[in-house]
Design a protein around this ligand. Structure first.
Ligand SMILES: [Zn+2]
Length: 253
């Protein structure tokens, strides 16, 4: 047995944060926590999935989070500048839709879209990225809000030149894709950790998700950062990577 080749095969880890936006309760604030983590793991990689016009249309339980209109990224030049100034060795920017919400929920923007409507939504997403001066920095990697996406919207994503799609293997959600993600070949990414709903565990390709929403149990605050660090400290033979290396990683348990 060739021991050296086994040892050199590292377990890949990518960490993503969803929903950084102009919303005061889902803001750039969590990047401070990332900066503390970078001091301990200078090679760590964060993928930020950014909605272009975050719009919560409904309040959460006991908390006012809704806004009267969409919070477009280009209307917050200060946030755009902060995103642009993030070090490229530790942060990449990817797409997370326009509004995040549909007419019934805060989360399912792409769940029921027709092919045609999904194409125009992607066009709008790219337009706002251009208006925000972020287009050249954005990677053509897409995670639908709440991971929900109609088969037609998945085909539209492919035709609109999205190069990689990040989905969920949750039984109900995955069923709704009707395997249309096969059009992306290997370039489909499945997350494996979203504490407390999906526990920490090391895989060959581990995708760990956090949120910038301060009301979420999965918010990247100091407590959740501590749990992440406890996990990373116990992992052997790991390498941090950006999202493009976490593909073709559906684990059937
Ligand atoms: Zn989101």
């Amino acid at each position: 047995m060739d021991v050296t080749s086994i040892e050199s095969k590292k377990n890949l880890i990518n960490i993503s944060i969803d929903d950084i936006s102009p919303h005061p309760l889902s803001s750039f604030e969590c990047i401070k926590v990332c900066e503390d983590i970078i001091k301990i793991y200078p090679d760590i990689k964060f993928t930020l999935y950014i909605p272009m016009g975050y719009w919560r249309k409904f309040d959460d339980k006991n908390l006012t989070t809704k806004t009267e209109k969409p919070l477009y990224l280009h209307e917050d030049p200060d946030l755009c500048k902060k995103l642009l100034n993030l070090p490229e060795s530790n942060f990449e920017l990817c797409y997370h839709g326009v509004y995040h919400s549909d007419s019934k929920t805060n989360n399912d923007e792409f769940r029921n879209l027709s092919y045609k409507d999904a194409c125009s939504r992607f066009e709008k997403m790219f337009d706002i990225a251009k208006k925000s001066n972020l287009y050249d920095r954005m990677k053509k990697i897409f995670r639908p809000p709440n991971f929900t996406m109609s088969p037609e919207a998945i085909r539209a994503a492919y035709d609109m030149k999205i190069e990689q799609i990040a989905l969920s293997d949750h039984e109900r959600i995955k069923k709704e894709y009707e395997e249309s993600y096969a059009i992306f070949g290997e370039n489909v990414s499945w997350f494996n950790v979203m504490y407390p709903w999906k526990e920490y565990k090391l895989y060959e390709k581990t995708s760990i998700i956090f949120h910038s929403c301060s009301w979420s149990k999965n918010y990247l605050d100091n407590d959740n950062a501590e749990l992440l660090l406890d996990f990373l400290n116990e992992c052997n033979n790991i390498e941090f990577c950006f999202a493009n290396k976490i593909v073709d990683n559906l684990v059937v348990e």
